[in-house]
Design a protein around this ligand. Structure first.
Ligand code: SAM
Length: 218
């Protein structure tokens, strides 16, 4: 994809090398994607100096852009193919969406955000970087986005007490849902795969996300 990215490649390369040597990144397509997406363009101006540190940053409205190592891990676990149709719940800044969109070719990404101001800003960030294969939807993510279902992959970037049924229903057969499940303060990253005979769950370790709000959330 031809994006107008703009600068800070050396800092980005340093961060990506750190993520590779720490074991968070190994798939060539994810390394390539994270090398291309300019994280500094997805954070508020006052935070841009910290954009290439491996930490979550505030994006306003009590919300955060996840730390790069978490975006790397989630993108690797999701195992995205260029033709996939993906649903993200929790657009936030739009950065995770951009990292996924970079891997897509004929595929498409739909991302749902409940805070209209964040959705609008994320849309601006994504358009500004040239991503035309991402649709930002203002809505209640625990209900998914039935209009475009089924999805090959669903990623939830907020912590939930359980996997919302609507998301399991909107998953394709052999599809994967990646979601932090647990308490309000601490969760476990869970990968759920859908098969004809039922769901298979894999626990991938602890994580900390802001809560998924709403019905079937907090
Ligand atoms: N993926 C984002 C990024 O790359 O910047 C980070 C997401 S942030 C950790 C979690 C986001 O989920 C917040 O923007 C929050 O408003 C959103 N959120 C929480 N509950 C939601 C819901 N029920 N539907 C849609 N978005 C929700």
């Amino acid at each position: 994809m031809d994006n107008s990215k703009g600068g800070r490649e050396a800092e980005r390369k340093r961060l990506i090398n750190h993520l590779i040597s720490s074991g968070y990144l190994s798939k060539p397509e994810v390394i390539d994607s994270m090398m291309k997406v300019p994280r500094h363009r997805f954070v508020p101006e006052s935070k841009q100096h910290s954009a290439y540190m491996d930490m979550p940053l505030s994006i306003g409205y009590g919300q955060t852009i996840s730390a790069p190592h978490m975006v790397a891990m989630m993108t690797e676990y999701l195992d995205v193919k260029p033709h996939h149709k993906i649903l993200e719940i929790g657009t936030g800044s739009g950065y995770q969406a951009a990292v996924l969109a970079e891997i897509l070719n004929e595929g498409m990404l739909y991302t749902v955000e409940r805070i209209p101001e964040l959705a609008k800003k994320a849309e601006e960030n994504l358009r500004g970087c040239g991503y035309s294969n991402v649709h930002v939807i203002i809505g209640e993510g625990t209900k998914g986005y039935n209009e475009e279902s089924p999805y090959d992959r669903i990623i939830v970037t907020a912590g939930a007490p359980r996997a919302p049924k609507a998301l399991l229903d909107q998953l394709n057969e052999k599809g994967k849902l990646l979601i932090p499940i647990g308490g309000r303060m601490l969760q476990e990253l869970v990968l759920i795969e859908k098969y004809e005979e039922g769901f298979r769950e894999k626990k991938l370790g602890g994580c900390v996300f802001v809560p998924l709000i709403g019905e079937n959330g907090w």
